[in-house]
Design a protein around this ligand. Structure first.
Ligand SMILES: [Zn+2]
Length: 204
């Protein structure tokens, strides 16, 4: 009953089509992270890499075009987003990035956010934010670099190149927020269970 009341309230302020589409979109993003990204990340971790990863989805169908994961053992700048971008552009006849959604498991570092912008992706969705990365994933270098090099706390969500959305914050606004929160919690538990090997980073 509460669900339907919330739904009706939302319908009053938002177009029904848009409402269904946004819920479907967030669900599709979460499913892609779980089914297409996490298995790849688990394999990468076994090889000594970190948990950070990315995905490119078709903006209309939400189908996964490519997934990528951290590959620091190969090269320290092969972050999850960079690996995803390299894989995307290695696809023959890949779609125009502006027709795709870029998903980052974690809020991108200064290098990756620039690489995403340079690639032409205009819409970015992020699961874990900078604070999560620093505290829960014990990776404060991202924020330190933003602060030390650029004097900022992170990338702007809305700028001339892209719009960046927090999956968790957007999910909270949805009428079925509880269901989405459960799915997010399930994914968070999986990430929390992953154990990464030590690695030497600059500034740490
Ligand atoms: Zn990065």
């Amino acid at each position: 009953m509460l669900y339907w009341c919330c739904l009706l309230k939302c319908i009053k302020s938002r177009d029904l089509k848009e409402l269904i589409r946004l819920t479907t979109k967030i669900e599709s993003i979460l499913k892609a992270i779980k089914d297409d990204l996490i298995p790849l990340t688990k394999k990468g971790i076994e090889e000594g890499n970190h948990v950070f990863g990315g995905l490119v989805l078709d903006a209309k169908t939400f189908n996964t075009i490519v997934a990528g994961t951290n590959n620091r053992q190969m090269n320290p700048i092969f972050h999850g987003e960079i690996d995803t971008i390299l894989r995307f552009f290695s696809i023959k006849d890949h779609p125009d990035p502006s027709t795709c959604i870029f998903i980052a498991s974690h809020d991108p570092c200064s290098m990756c956010i620039s690489a995403i912008a340079w690639s032409g992706f205009k819409e970015i969705w992020v699961l874990f934010d900078y604070e999560d990365v620093a505290k829960e994933f014990e990776m404060p270098v991202d924020l330190t670099m933003y602060k030390e090099i650029y004097g900022v706390e992170g990338a702007k969500d809305n700028n001339a190149f892209f719009k960046k959305y927090s999956i968790r914050h957007e999910a909270e606004k949805e009428p079925d927020a509880k269901i989405l929160e459960e799915k997010i919690a399930e994914i968070k538990d999986i990430y929390s269970s992953l154990r990464v090997k030590d690695f030497s980073y600059p500034g740490m």
